[in-house]
Design a binder for this molecule. Structure first.
Ligand code: FES
Length: 323
């Protein structure tokens, strides 16, 4: 069996075991989240040995040539010597320029970098703090309209990184960012096509960017945004989205809550349930799903059964153990 050498010690792989699983099984703490090749938090540097193609899929060419790879996607064919990424290869320093509370549990963070970060609305960044914690956060900003990088962070019960960001990360401080990553973006070329966007909690962040991107690019087809929260008090960006819908006849904004008291201006029910009940025939639609993994998984299947091609469903599930 191949062996993985990390920080001077060598660990044997089990049959068909990934580098990530080998290290975790031996008690080595390696940042990770989705274990599916999406979030890039498990990126490692290969100092010696040959990498498999799947372990470098979707990495930037510069990182590929430096022999970076995703540990969760690498079943090594031979021995490897690996290390955590060199910060200067992977990360860019970003300064916090604004931190604003948007709801009892959600904060908006605006970051600026010395060199521009080129991204599409809807992509995500990985943030790394001085303790080495790495977490993924979706961008809510739109490059054409926003000068800073905007992220929405929900305080998660027991969530190390979200608590640190909200309680300890102050305006003027710096954090390391990696990315952008992800394919959940608006693509131009079909401006009349109907778009259905369903997001729960801070799944609104990427959708806020994507829908503004669509409008900015002159999308003329109907856009339905369903944002779901548990209780009405958790709703955020309500005024901004209401104003945007008033400016654009083709934007239909539905704020939904699944429990709690009746609230005017909001709809009772789960966002995905309402959206699918009101759009039973989704042939020719493009769908965006962002939020809790279970919602994304179930809604993807239901949308497919309602006529959408799988290739027309873009999803950004919160795969991290905490955000
Ligand atoms: Fe490996 Fe997400 S890409 S844990």
């Amino acid at each position: 069996m191949p062996e993985i050498t990390y920080q001077g010690k060598t660990y044997p792989c089990a049959p068909n075991e990934t580098v990530l699983d080998t290290l975790l099984r031996h008690g080595i703490e390696v940042p990770n989240s989705c274990r599916a090749g999406s979030c890039h938090t498990c990126m490692l540097h290969c100092l010696s040995g040959e990498l498999t193609a799947p372990s470098q899929k979707d990495l930037k060419p510069a990182l590929k040539s430096l022999k970076y790879f995703l540990a969760c996607q690498c079943v090594p064919p031979q021995d490897l010597v690996v290390a955590l990424p060199d910060d200067e290869d992977v990360y860019v320093s970003a300064r916090l320029v604004e931190k604003t509370q948007l709801s009892p549990s959600v904060w908006r963070f605006r970051l600026e970098t010395a060199v521009p970060v080129y991204y599409h609305a809807g992509q995500f960044l990985n943030l790394k703090n001085d303790a080495g914690w790495v977490r993924s956060y979706s961008l809510a900003s739109l490059p054409a309209e926003d000068e800073s990088l905007e992220l929405h962070v929900r305080r998660m019960p027991g969530g190390q990184m979200s608590h640190w960001l909200i309680d300890n990360f102050s305006v003027g401080m710096h954090i390391e960012i990696e990315g952008p990553n992800g394919h959940c973006i608006y693509t131009e070329g079909e401006p009349e096509r109907p778009l259905l966007m369903i997001g729960t909690g801070t799944g609104l962040a990427p959708l806020f960017g994507i829908l503004r991107d669509a409008l900015h690019q002159g999308h003329t087809g109907p856009i339905h945004l369903y944002h779901g929260v548990r209780e009405p008090a958790e709703l955020y960006l309500h005024d901004s989205l209401t104003a945007l819908a008033q400016q654009h006849d083709n934007l239909h904004y539905h704020a939904c809550y699944s429990c709690g008291e009746t609230c005017s201006g909001m709809r009772a029910g789960r966002a995905a349930d309402l959206a699918l009940a009101e759009h039973p025939d989704l042939k020719a639609w493009r769908i965006f799903l962002c939020g809790a993994p279970e919602m994304v998984k179930q809604t993807r299947m239901k949308a497919y059964l309602a006529g959408v091609a799988m290739s027309d469903i873009s999803a950004d599930a919160f795969t991290a153990p905490e955000h």
